[in-house]
Ligand binder design. Structure first.
Ligand code: SF4
Length: 533
């Protein structure tokens, strides 16, 4: 009897850094740790379409992409006749490509009927209905000669347990639960791993064939904990659709250190940075202390980058962070107290607390310069809830002299690395859900992930942030802020602010505004046409 073959597919994406998240590895490692529960030998293969020699999926390239992918998968099938395909639709920017892949497998491969397809990731977790046949864009489904959804199963939230149970069930009944409704995928019940120590120590072998791409990216991703206790309203998981995010769980210190050693000792893996993807870096103080203590006893050739929050950040640890090569990624978002309150950035956002929060932000910036701890701050250029006042407040935070004697501002005196980000309207965030009612904001592309366009990311951000500020006006304010900050930072010889980065900011603004006006014009013409009809 030949082995049961599982193919994991990472789709192409319209936007975002091409990172190798550990998700497929975790699923595969978990499955392999439970092989004694499966009555058959398992073989696995991973393909990452972002790095295969295929045309980039786009509105102009659809036909070429479909033909190339169809022949790529047929060739793959000859050597590895897969029974089950797991598609990781990790972001909404991967939605259309995930749908195309599923249709191609179900309609173009000879053995299409017997292959099962399961999809999981952020987008299926938040928008499971998008995988029903009725919600799939017509320009895709009309191209294929099948009337059912190409997806058999859908996993919401964490996938290890659900995927293992799916494989076990398929051996009992190969058409498990799929007979009922061909128009929708069967949604597997969400199952969380309560004790993260049950997750096997990471083994990266599944990704080895892409070692050149991984090493070129210089980054490897890992998690020490899962879930987040906070409830920032702009966060894609704040709408409580993804329940597991509210369930905070930790791995043991031993396991965290063990996994870092695996990365260090995996001969083909040479990352410069290990990114710990936890929403916040070990917020429990005793746990963090023990981890840092254990970390200081091992040697490793990479930097560690961790997500940190202003309120949980321990400035007194900066000398140690410098020694341990720890870098921080902090969601600063804005210097405006009003916006922080609107974001519900931390529990009980009273005026006094927000003032303290912004004061601590300054202290963190000063300490990062003093102890040479690199910090990347996320900063929203345009975000729902912004008004003229919030832009002014944020400018004051960065550009007002720190004190009369010195006369220099935070931006003039200290190196501050900002990632300028326009806010993408993800379904799932409270801010997106309520922004029209609360601030008079207008989202121009409600289902931007269904637009097959290289401008998908700009469409996602095309939002008038409030009734008093249009998107172009807000972007202009953000751009002027950016130019002023760029100048100050160049005077401080801050290498983060390169000419290339500046040009990207400038051209990005121009394109985003053009797209906004073309959409407005299209909407206006459509409205006029409807009134004539
Ligand atoms: S933005 Fe970060 S800290 Fe805030 S709710 Fe989301 S994951 Fe948690």
């Amino acid at each position: 009897m030949s082995a049961y073959k599982i193919l994991y597919i990472c789709p192409q994406t319209f936007y975002g850094e091409e990172v190798f998240l550990a998700t497929f590895i975790r699923i595969s490692n978990f499955l392999n740790a439970h092989l004694d529960e499966i009555p058959m030998e398992i073989e696995e293969e991973y393909v990452d379409l972002r790095f295969e020699d295929l045309p980039q999926y786009s509105s102009k390239n659809k036909k070429a992409f479909r033909e190339s992918l169809s022949s790529f998968l047929s060739n793959l099938y000859e050597n590895f006749p897969f029974d089950l395909v797991a598609i990781g639709c990790f972001t909404s920017y991967m939605y259309l490509n995930s749908v195309e892949i599923a249709y191609i497998i179900k309609s173009c491969l000879d053995v299409k009927k017997s292959i099962k397809i399961v999809v999981g990731g952020y987008h299926p977790s938040v928008c499971p209905m998008d995988f029903q046949v009725s919600e799939i864009p017509s320009y895709i489904k009309n191209n294929y000669n099948i009337t059912s959804t190409p997806f058999d199963y859908l996993i919401r939230e964490e996938a290890e347990l659900a995927f293992l149970n799916l494989v076990k069930q398929i051996f009992i009944d190969s058409d498990f639960k799929k007979k009922d409704d061909m128009k929708k995928p069967f949604i597997l019940s969400t199952q969380l791993i309560e004790n993260l120590n049950e997750i096997p120590i990471i083994d990266y072998s599944l990704y080895k064939k892409y070692k050149a791409n991984i090493n070129k990216s210089e980054k490897v991703y890992l998690e020490f904990s899962r879930g987040c206790a906070f409830n920032c309203h702009f966060c894609p998981v704040s709408g409580n659709i993804v329940k597991s995010y509210k369930n905070v769980r930790y791995k043991s210190i031993e396991k965290c250190i063990e996994e870092l050693k695996v990365i260090r000792d995996t001969e083909w893996l040479k990352p410069k940075h290990v990114i710990i993807v936890d929403p916040t870096f070990l917020p429990k103080k005793e746990f963090r202390d023990s981890f840092l203590d254990a970390l200081s006893k091992i040697e490793y050739p990479f930097h560690l980058a961790v997500n940190e929050r202003i309120d949980t950040c321990e400035i007194e640890k900066f000398p140690l962070y410098n020694k341990l090569k720890i870098r921080l990624l902090i969601g600063l978002e804005t210097g405006s107290p009003t916006l922080h309150k609107r974001f519900n950035k931390f529990p009980g956002s009273s005026t006094k607390k927000i003032r303290q929060y912004l004061e601590k932000t300054k202290q963190i910036i000063i300490a990062s310069n003093k102890y040479d701890v690199p910090i990347l701050f996320n900063y929203f250029s345009v975000v729902p809830g912004s008004t003229w006042q919030t832009y002014m407040e944020s400018e004051n935070f960065f550009f007002k002299p720190l004190n009369e004697k010195d006369g220099r501002s935070l931006s003039e005196k200290y190196k501050i690395d900002l990632i300028f980000a326009t806010y993408a309207g993800y379904r799932g965030s409270k801010l997106v859900k309520n922004c029209k009612k609360r601030f008079g904001a207008k989202i121009y592309y409600k289902e931007w992930w269904k637009k097959c366009s290289k401008n998908q990311a700009m469409m996602a951000s095309s939002i008038d942030p409030s009734s008093e500020l249009s998107f172009p006006e807000a972007l202009e304010l953000a751009y002027n802020f950016g130019v002023r900050h760029f100048r100050n930072q160049r005077r401080l010889s801050n290498e983060w602010y390169s000419v290339v980065r500046f040009m990207a900011l400038k051209t990005g603004k121009k394109k985003a505004i053009e797209l906004y006006y073309s959409k407005n014009e299209k909407d206006r013409l459509e409205k006029n046409l409807l009134s004539i009809i």
